[in-house]
Design a protein around this ligand. Structure first.
Ligand SMILES: C[S@@+](CC[C@H](N)C(=O)[O-])C[C@H]1O[C@@H](n2cnc3c(N)ncnc32)[C@H](O)[C@@H]1O
Ligand code: SF4
Length: 348
């Protein structure tokens, strides 16, 4: 019989599970707390359960616990990059960023990614599989245990396209913000997408208060399509309209991510077109100097060009920030730590 992935069961599912194995539903509250609030490493730690029940659970359930295989710590700002191994041997990376307002974690949602964005290291090699809700949660639980502090902010910006793993991503958000679990405020959760339009609209209807970030990266369809193949399926205007819809339904300000690629999307004309595309939307533009990936030939825009781009947008009344590079000394673009680990494993 297939084992139940207990860390991926939400509170109601856990109640149903206990009933299905002939136990009282109130056990769900105890066990949910052990898994998601106290973050136990296994059933043996759940001391208010009988030995019999613990054994029964160990026999019928799989208990997701990621193995920390590597941690890089920045001497500049305390950023930590983690490489975790999943039970089937694949590895994913997560990042902890320490800000004045609290600890923020960036998690992966898939092993690899099939979206093929041109400057992204996570997609080289395609997608291997989706992560379960339990595997997404455990990235945060492992990091909390490692630093002995609470994580208060969460961004779904690591490897993978969360809306290509919709059901698990939505379940993860529900469980992460559940009062019986870590209880992270939905306002402190950001989901970033390359623009799977029907799923963006579906997300708007979930009744969440999370922030939606669209990886826009270009001011028009032609340039966007050259950088993000998904734009061949869902046009730039459709993606921006889905953001408008998201705002209407949730009242949450939209974030547009815009990676500046030298000579490709960073001209004054690009800034003007970007303004024309998004003006009137309650939004914030996050400019990201593109992180060079060794397998790709893209280069960062010059600092002067980045500042000019920012000023141009700001002068038109758009809210803009330039993303601060965290952990510069443990560098590398998102997905590269995992990639170099895999390359090394292949060689050995
Ligand atoms: C890795 S993706 C994960 C979330 C989601 N799949 C998406 O594309 O929004 C998070 C953000 O990093 C950006 N990104 C990927 N590779 C980058 C690079 N080399 N330099 C700068 N930003 C990059 C993506 O475009 C996206 O805005
Ligand atoms: S940027 Fe996001 S969607 Fe695009 S390949 Fe990377 S992880 Fe996938």
């Amino acid at each position: 019989m297939e084992k139940t992935d207990i860390k991926s069961l939400d509170y109601d599912e856990l109640k149903d599970f206990f009933v299905s194995i002939g136990e009282k539903p109130f056990r769900a509250k105890q066990v949910y707390q052990w898994i998601h609030e106290k973050q136990a490493d296994g059933f043996e730690e759940m001391t208010n359960l009988s030995k019999n029940l613990r054994e029964k659970l160990a026999e019928t359930c799989e208990y997701t616990c990621l193995e920390n295989v590597q941690t890089l710590v920045s001497e500049l700002d305390g950023t930590r990059k983690y490489l975790f191994r999943l039970s089937d041997g694949y590895v994913v990376e997560s990042v902890l960023m320490r800000y004045q307002h609290g600890n923020s974690v960036c998690i992966s949602t898939q092993v690899g990614c099939r979206m093929g964005c041109r400057f992204c290291a996570s997609t080289i090699g395609g997608k291997t599989r989706d992560l379960t809700a339990g595997e997404m949660l455990d990235q945060i639980y492992r990091i909390q245990k490692d630093i002995g502090e609470r994580v208060s902010n969460l961004v779904m910006m690591g490897t993978g396209e969360p809306l290509d793993n919709y059901d698990n991503a939505v379940k993860f958000i529900r469980m992460l913000s559940d009062e019986h679990g870590l209880n992270i405020s939905q306002r402190n959760i950001t989901l970033s997408t390359c623009g799977i339009v029907p799923r963006m609209r579906q997300l708007a209807d979930e009744g969440f208060q999370i922030t939606l970030a669209l990886s826009l990266h270009a001011p028009n369809q032609e340039k966007r399509k050259a950088l993000l193949p998904i734009a061949g399926k869902y046009e730039i205007h459709e993606a921006v309209d889905a953001c408008r819809y998201y705002y209407e339904k949730t009242g949450r300000r939209i974030t547009f991510e815009y990676s500046l690629v030298g000579g490709q999307n960073d001209s004054k004309e690009d800034a003007k077109q970007l303004y024309e595309l998004i003006h009137g939307i309650n939004c914030h533009v996050n400019l990201i100097p593109v992180n060079p990936v060794k397998e790709r030939s893209y280069v960062q825009s010059e600092r002067k060009v980045i500042v000019e781009f920012k000023n141009k947008l700001e002068n038109c009344g758009i809210n803009v920030t330039i993303r601060r590079e965290m952990g510069r000394d443990i560098g590398g673009a998102c997905g590269q730590l995992r990639k170099s680990y895999m390359d090394k494993e292949k060689k050995e």
